[in-house]
Design a protein around this ligand. Structure first.
Ligand SMILES: Nc1ncnc2c1ncn2[C@@H]1O[C@H](COP(=O)(O)OP(=O)(O)OP(=O)(O)O)[C@@H](O)[C@H]1O
Length: 322
């Protein structure tokens, strides 16, 4: 559904001159510095997949999304959306994709929310009956009714995001590009937006590419995650195999019924980090030891009555990749 082949983007910016008339001299400068924002990125996203696209600030996420959606021309490489080139077949592709930029609204600032939907429906040629049906559905899923007639500039951030999401879906696109749709939202608003995204992915079969700095968004929504750093794709796979690849330790806490005995020689992959009464805490790298084998070993030390496992936090894992 989304194909990127050896995608590159190089930005050229004039060298900034110092001293007197620096602005004018910069304007007429012929010297440029180039910045490779995206380097040799390739991937395929099949229909119905929910993919997280993450990376530190300035990694190249927005530049990639802008190239995928046809806003920016790649320096080289190829993009295909549903088999079409978004730059050459502009009109056909925009009908099949929806875009939400969390930092910018696509709605008309001074108009009531419902008027923006009327304009968008006209632009995309959505018949009145379909528009009514879809808006009724979104109004229910995103609770739009309470601010239906409010001018966009007066909406809270959470309301604005809900209104923008509905706008991006009004022409029923198969593909959705979301750039930080939960930025600045409170816990409740984030939950609502995530629920909506889950519904449109699972029930409506929409393919979604999501960019976010919120790792909870990724963990709760995405089946696959792509990591970009310094313009290059450094990881592409499932969250669980990312956990395995990084191999941060899992913490296991066992409670023994009574007396237990820790032998002098224990495998180096297992570290005892605490003994508190009958509770023993160990840290283990599950890349090297399976949970079953660890538990078998701990059982040899005494009779276990309780086991608690704490997986490494996803934020910590991502921190390692960045
Ligand atoms: N129009 C532009 N002209 C020159 N350089 C640019 C332009 N747009 C982006 N860049 C540079 O390209 C690099 C990637 O920027 P991009 O906005 O894609 O990063 P990002 O991963 O989306 O970052 P963030 O998480 O901070 O939004 C950065 O170094 C940025 O300064």
């Amino acid at each position: 559904m989304i194909t990127a082949r050896q995608l590159q983007k190089e930005f050229k910016t004039p060298v900034v001159r110092e001293g007197r008339f620096s602005g004018l001299r910069t304007l007429f400068s012929r010297e440029y510095v180039s910045k490779e924002a995206v380097r040799d990125i390739s991937f395929d996203i099949p229909q119905g997949e929910f993919v997280g696209y993450i990376g530190p600030n300035g990694a190249g996420k927005s530049t990639t999304i802008k190239m995928l959606t046809g806003i920016l021309h790649p320096t080289s490489g190829e993009v295909l959306l549903a088999g079409m080139n978004p730059h050459q077949e502009r009109l056909q592709t925009v009908r099949r994709l929806g875009v939400v930029f969390g930092q910018r609204s696509q709605l008309w600032w001074d108009l009531p929310v419902k008027d923006s939907y009327d304009i968008l429906a006209e632009m995309y040629g959505v018949p009145a009956e379909l528009k009514r049906k879809r808006l009724a559905q979104f109004a229910e899923l995103l609770d739009l009714e309470s601010f239906w007639s409010t001018p966009v500039r007066k909406l809270s951030l959470g309301q604005r995001m809900r209104a923008d999401l509905a706008a991006s879906m009004l022409h029923d696109p198969e593909l959705l590009f979301l750039d930080e749709p939960t930025i600045g939202l409170d816990v409740n608003a984030k939950r609502n937006i995530r629920q909506f995204l889950r519904t449109i992915n699972e029930e409506f079969g929409k393919t979604i590419l999501l960019t976010t700095h919120d790792m909870d968004d990724i963990e709760q929504l995405c089946s696959r995650v792509m990591v970009i750093n310094h313009g290059r794709l450094t990881y592409d796979g499932t969250i669980s195999s990312l956990r395995d690849t990084i191999g941060l330790p899992t913490i296991i806490r066992v409670t023994y019924r009574g007396e237990f005995h820790i032998p002098d020689a224990i495998p180096p992959a297992i570290q005892i980090t605490g003994v508190d009464g009958l509770v023993v805490t160990v840290q283990v790298n599950r890349k090297e030891w399976s949970t079953m084998n660890i538990l078998k070993l701990l059982e040899q030390w005494g009779e276990i009555i309780d086991v608690e496992m704490q997986e490494p936090d996803f934020e910590d894992i991502i921190h390692q990749v960045y």
